[in-house]
Write a protein that binds this ligand. Structure first.
Ligand code: GBP
Ligand code: ZN
Length: 257
């Protein structure tokens, strides 16, 4: 299994998920089809699927152009939001599987950012550990805004659903937000050295023109405040959902100095 991040639009990532055994590949959230199709051609791949995490245009806006360019491609996305996913051919829900060459991709239902948001986990059998494509649910050191859901739903998504994956799971998220997220994280947990280390690393990566993806779930648990709502320093006596709501409100209001 190989994953290639493709920076698109202002700060989005599309991804190619490649099965080296067959040359088959899937494109995750290819909202800008140009750079994604160029990469497919340059690598001599056969694109078999678009995997669309949610209806927002910066994730789903390339579906139709890709299907027009490559009519055999299956457009996979949340059945719950079928009417809002352009070009959808295969509506899926929690536990469904999609076969990309010899790779098995499993669908996880993680509503909150949008009411139909799904994540895709690939290569769960592979010895290098699975790859998680989590769209705008989990970011490096952050999470998505709760546009169509509640703090309770984000707790379920991050702890019960994504939290059930192994710690070595590689996290491929929908936006390059690491520096902004870690700057916020440092204000809510200033004593946490993992935040300061990751922030220095993220600033250096970005200065070198490099992405901050992937991280791992194990790493995220060290510095991501939204995965630390049960830690006393952040919970301050609140339930996980109440802490989740408070952190989300604070992040929405946060403007770096
Ligand atoms: C800021 O505040 O500095 N950069 C901005 C935040 C995902 S994109 C931009 C923002 O709000 N991004 C969204 C998010 O969830 N961010 C998490 C965070 O800021 O902590 N989107 O493009 C967003 O989902 C969108 C598209 C939203 C269509 C609504 C519709 Br309708
Ligand atoms: Zn979004």
């Amino acid at each position: 299994m190989q994953v290639v991040p493709i920076p698109i639009l202002a700060d989005n990532y599309a991804y190619l998920l490649i099965d080296p055994a067959t040359g088959d590949a899937a494109a995750v959230d290819p909202a800008d089809p140009g750079p994604v199709l160029s990469e497919v051609r340059a690598r001599g791949l056969r694109l078999t699927h678009v995997l669309c995490t949610h209806h927002h245009g910066d994730h789903s806006g390339g579906n139709v152009a890709i299907a027009d360019a490559l009519p055999h491609v299956a457009v996979v996305g949340p059945q719950v939001d079928a009417a809002r996913i352009p070009g959808l051919t295969h509506g899926v829900g929690h536990g469904d599987v999609v076969q990309v060459g010899s790779l098995t991709v499993r669908v996880l239902f993680v509503p909150c950012h949008t009411r139909g948001h799904v994540a895709f986990v690939a290569g769960e059998g592979a010895h290098e550990g699975p790859a998680l494509f989590c769209g705008d649910t989990l970011f490096v050191a952050g999470c998505g805004r709760f546009f169509e859901g509640s703090a309770e739903q984000m707790v379920t998504a991050l702890f019960d659903v994504l939290g059930a994956l192994p710690p070595e799971t590689r996290v491929y998220c929908g936006h390059e937000y690491a520096v902004a997220n870690l700057t916020f994280a440092a204000t809510v947990e200033p004593e946490n050295q993992a935040i300061h280390r990751k922030l220095a690393w993220a600033v250096a990566q970005r200065a070198a023109g490099l992405p901050t993806v992937p991280s791992t779930l194990a790493e995220e648990r060290e510095y991501n405040p939204f995965l630390r709502v049960h830690v006393p320093a952040l919970a301050r006596g609140d339930t996980p959902a109440a802490c989740m709501a408070r952190l989300r409100d604070a992040k929405n209001a946060f403007r770096p100095a």
